[in-house]
Design a protein around this ligand. Structure first.
Ligand SMILES: Cc1cc2nc3c(=O)[nH]c(=O)nc-3n(C[C@H](O)[C@H](O)[C@H](O)COP(=O)(O)OP(=O)(O)OC[C@H]3O[C@@H](n4cnc5c(N)ncnc54)[C@H](O)[C@@H]3O)c2cc1C
Length: 821
């Protein structure tokens, strides 16, 4: 009995002290009191032996309070071991790690997120000028463009649309007003892209590129005054059309390895001999390159004659070249995913450019990778999340309405459970990604440049778009597959792989970038430990390492205790009751975050630097971070929207399934960690009762699906921000029109069905409506209404057909015709 009391007291005591993050001094004193009391109340030889053992451990812990002892017998050996286990970090990796900021990602990583940091983030309304732009030029642009016409007939935006984009300042949204640009906030920028992309991806991409990573952004951050004064006003009004070229046939994902090179040399420019660079490049996939007037170019700079300084290998360098400069070869086009936006290769051999063309001038030579990483940290959070949100909204709005008006087996297809499953996924994806888009844009406006979150959001948004557009296609059946002007899904369907591939291809982003960077940057102590270990001043290194290490140990012990308590209590201990009906989900998210942090520590301890190469584990950690981030954003949006009751089923469904994914991934990670005993411990901590998280119920899924299918107001609210033309003649407006008229004529339709069922009306007559009117089953007004409904329904379900020569420019020869000839 005494032995059990001793063991239990020690375990609970250590757990409580760890949970409360007690300091070393408090732990020492509390442990001494505990052991004294145990000595008084227990007895027997085994108990005495245990107590002696406990006192020995206590003595060591107590000695750790003495700084010199701690440094010598604990911190120094730990530092020595840590240095041998450290992963090697290349210069380009370090620059990627240094880019941007950490924000809510660090909170989720800590295992104890401070909700105020998220909930108090101000996501302000648009300014009057921004709102005016959205309601005016953006609306007008959307009405002007037609994706089908552009892709089939023009192969580009028509000239008058390009001119409109330039005249209205679409290409200069990120350029400050002092240079003639719009100076828009990230929120406005995101909303503009979202609206255009919901109408026409070619127009959206043509607007996105000049406003994302490229010449304007690079100049704003790193350009010298002369370069800014020259280019920014011209970019703002569209006199210059930019593109940015990094990708080489031999360096795609591994862009830091580009073989394109520049050699510092003297040459003649404008009749004068100047210091410059002889550049040779071969780039591909460059968006807007065929129409660009200014080329942002990344190349590796070498200075063999040391004309700039001591370094021969200067590093990646970025320059701006007018595309009419002799030697710049552009103009041909790629045809990515059969989309009409401008994209093509560019090349040049031994093209001499003056040093002034390097962005930021000579002092920025070799700084290119860092410049790119910094721009990417923020830029990746806007364009692709906004355009993916647009695609999701198109899927949601059209699929919801279509599932209501399309009937099979005498029922709207939205009533079939199989269809509901797909629709529910579309609703949840749309809600989550729009929430994350909104919150992340707000964070950018608040000064954050969240490098990890922007990669994570790019991945989640584009993957969920791909899933939802497939679901939307499935629900539409042949209506979604046959291409033509009436098909509103095909463009998003074909363009989804483009979004998946650009700005960091998704497999790489998921399995290497997100967690690889987060583990270093968001971890509360790791970076400090690495910095200390890299310090060559031994005494300074020891002091800094000691501080970081003890913080780390305290954090790990606390997270272990919290993981057990939260999982054993079903996540209910530690929740904040002030947040009302969604309190439960805050508590569950905290529980997931704590469990995640604990598993991360176990993985880091076992694998150290090798974790970087364990992409399957890293990808699963990235999935967990993705789910946690989207759920956090959903909670923030729910609060900002004033907690609308109607959104609760969506939120609940999203949470149930996200938590299911999180615990499945945790389980998979634990199963694949090398140490079996640690896996055993982790399973006890995370699944103390053995149960995994269940997916959301079928009933809840139906509730969510019904919201989209049967409630036009919910559809409109969920899809707010996409371009929507209410006209019965519009490609999407016709669906909502069909919904409206169907509702009006429902009673008349019922009368006809009943008359047919009773045999009063023959089902086989030529025109049932006419016959029903003639027999007095329905009134003239009802007959008129039904005719309107029939034509609206026809418009909503019709697909296009073409003469063969309309599609291929000639009538293809059939085998029969060939035989006859
Ligand atoms: C339509 C389009 C527009 C583009 N626009 C531009 C532009 O304007 N400017 C520009 O410079 N570039 C542009 N790109 C290039 C784009 O950024 C690259 O395509 C992208 O970086 C991937 O390179 P890659 O296609 O060569 O694929 P690869 O690098 O060959 O990768 C192939 C696959 O391997 C995966 N992979 C590679 N390395 C790893 C790893 N370590 N771990 C796990 N998976 C890995 C990738 O995720 C991918 O799935 C564009 C590309 C396209 C298709």
């Amino acid at each position: 009995m005494s032995v059990i009391i001793i063991l239990l007291t020690i375990i609970i005591g250590v757990g409580v002290l760890a949970y409360l993050r007690a300091s070393l001094v408090v732990t020492t004193v509390a442990a001494a009191i505990g052991l004294l009391v145990l000595g008084k109340i227990t007895g027997g030889p085994v108990a005495s032996f245990l107590l002696i053992l406990a006192w020995v451990v206590w003595a060591y812990v107590a000695c750790l309070n003495l700084r010199e002892f701690r440094y010598r017998f604990f911190t120094a050996p730990a530092l020595k071991f840590f240095r041998t286990a450290l992963p090697t970090i290349s210069k380009t990796e370090q620059e990627a790690l240094d880019a941007g900021t950490v924000w809510w990602d660090a909170e989720l990583f800590s295992g104890d997120p401070n909700w105020n940091r998220l909930l108090e983030l101000p996501v302000e309304e648009l300014s009057p000028a921004e709102q005016k732009f959205l309601d005016g030029p953006v609306e007008k642009l959307c009405a002007m463009v037609d994706e089908w016409e552009i892709s089939r007939e023009h192969g580009d935006l028509p000239a008058h649309v390009w001119q409109f984009l330039k005249d209205e300042g679409f290409l200069g949204m990120i350029i400050p007003t002092e240079y003639g640009g719009k100076g828009f906030s990230a929120r406005a920028h995101s909303r503009v892209i979202c609206k255009i992309a919901s109408r026409c991806s070619t127009a959206a991409i043509s607007v996105m590129v000049p406003n994302s990573l490229g010449p304007a952004e690079l100049l704003l951050r790193y350009g010298n005054q002369a370069q800014k004064d020259h280019y920014l006003p011209r970019l703002a009004c569209g006199d210059e059309v930019p593109c940015f070229a990094l990708t080489n046939p031999f360096a795609g994902s591994d862009a830091a390895a580009i073989p394109d090179k520049g050699i510092v040399c003297r040459g003649t420019f404008n009749g004068e001999e100047v210091l410059g660079i002889r550049v040779t490049w071969e780039k591909r996939y460059i968006t807007l390159s065929p129409v660009a007037t200014v080329l942002g170019l990344a190349f590796h700079l070498y200075d063999p004659e040391n004309l700039l300084g001591d370094a021969t290998d200067v590093g990646i360098t970025l320059a701006l070249l007018p595309t009419d400069h002799p030697g710049v070869e552009t103009g041909r086009r790629h045809f990515p995913a059969r989309q009409a936006f401008q994209n093509g290769p560019t090349s040049g051999t031994d093209v001499f450019i003056p040093l002034d063309w390097v962005i930021g001038g000579q002092e920025r030579c070799g700084d290119g990778w860092r410049m790119l990483m910094n721009c990417l940290a923020a830029g990746r959070a806007i364009s692709l999340p906004a355009s993916s949100t647009a695609g999701l909204k198109v899927c949601a709005r059209t699929t919801g309405a279509y599932a209501q008006v399309r009937k099979q087996f005498n029922l709207p297809i939205g009533k079939f459970e199989g269809v509901q499953e797909a629709i529910t996924r579309i609703v949840v994806n749309t809600y989550l990604i729009d929430s994350a888009r909104y919150v992340t844009a707000g964070a950018l406006d608040a000064g954050e440049e969240p490098a990890v979150l922007s990669a994570l959001l790019k991945y989640q948004a584009t993957e969920r778009l791909r899933q939802s557009v497939n679901d939307a296609m499935d629900v539409h059946g042949g209506r979604g597959i046959c291409d033509g002007p009436a098909n509103y899904l095909m463009s998003a369907y074909t363009a989804a792989p483009v979004a998946i591939t650009v700005e960091g291809a998704n497999i790489l982003t998921r399995s290497l970038i997100i967690f690889g960077q987060a583990a270093m940057r968001c971890h509360p102590w790791l970076l400090a430990e690495i910095a200390a270990a890299a310090d060559t001043n031994e005494s300074r290194a020891l002091i800094a390492f000691d501080k970081a290490l003890f913080g780390h140990i305290g954090g790990v012990l606390s997270n272990i205790a919290r993981t057990l308590v939260k999982n054993a209590s079903g996540g209910l201990l530690g929740s904040d009751p002030s947040v009302g009906e969604v309190n439960y989900w805050y508590a569950q998210l905290e529980r997931a975050s704590t469990s995640f942090a604990t598993v991360v520590e176990f993985a880091l301890i076992q694998l150290g630097g090798a974790l970087k190469r364990k992409e399957k584990l890293s990808g699963r950690f990235a999935d967990i971070m993705g789910e946690m981030y989207l759920m956090s954003c959903a909670l923030k949006r729910f609060e900002d929207d004033g907690r609308p009751d109607v959104d609760l089923p969506v939120l609940e469904f999203a949470f149930q399934n996200s938590l299911h994914t999180i615990y499945v991934r945790l389980d998979e990670i634990i199963a694949n960690l090398p140490s079996r005993p640690s896996a055993w411990v982790l399973r006890r901590l995370i699944f103390p009762w053995g149960r995994r998280w269940r997916r959301a119920s079928d009933q809840l899924g139906t509730e969510v699906s019904n919201l989209l299918v049967t409630s036009p107001s919910f559809r409109a609210r969920l899809c707010a921000g996409m371009y929507f033309n209410d006209s019965p003649d519009d490609v999407i407006g016709c669906l909502e029109h069909a919904v409206r008229v169907t509702e009006v004529s429902e009673a008349a339709e019922k009368k006809i069905r009943e008359a047919i069922d009773c045999g009063d009306l023959p089902a086989y007559c030529d025109d049932v409506v006419d016959e029903a009117r003639r027999l007095g089953v329905i009134s003239e007004m009802e007959a008129e209404q039904l005719r309107l409904t029939q034509s609206a329904l026809r418009r909503a379900i019709d697909v296009d057909d073409f003469a063969a020569d309309e599609l291929w420019g000639r009538v293809p020869e059939t085998p029969q015709a060939a035989d006859a000839a």
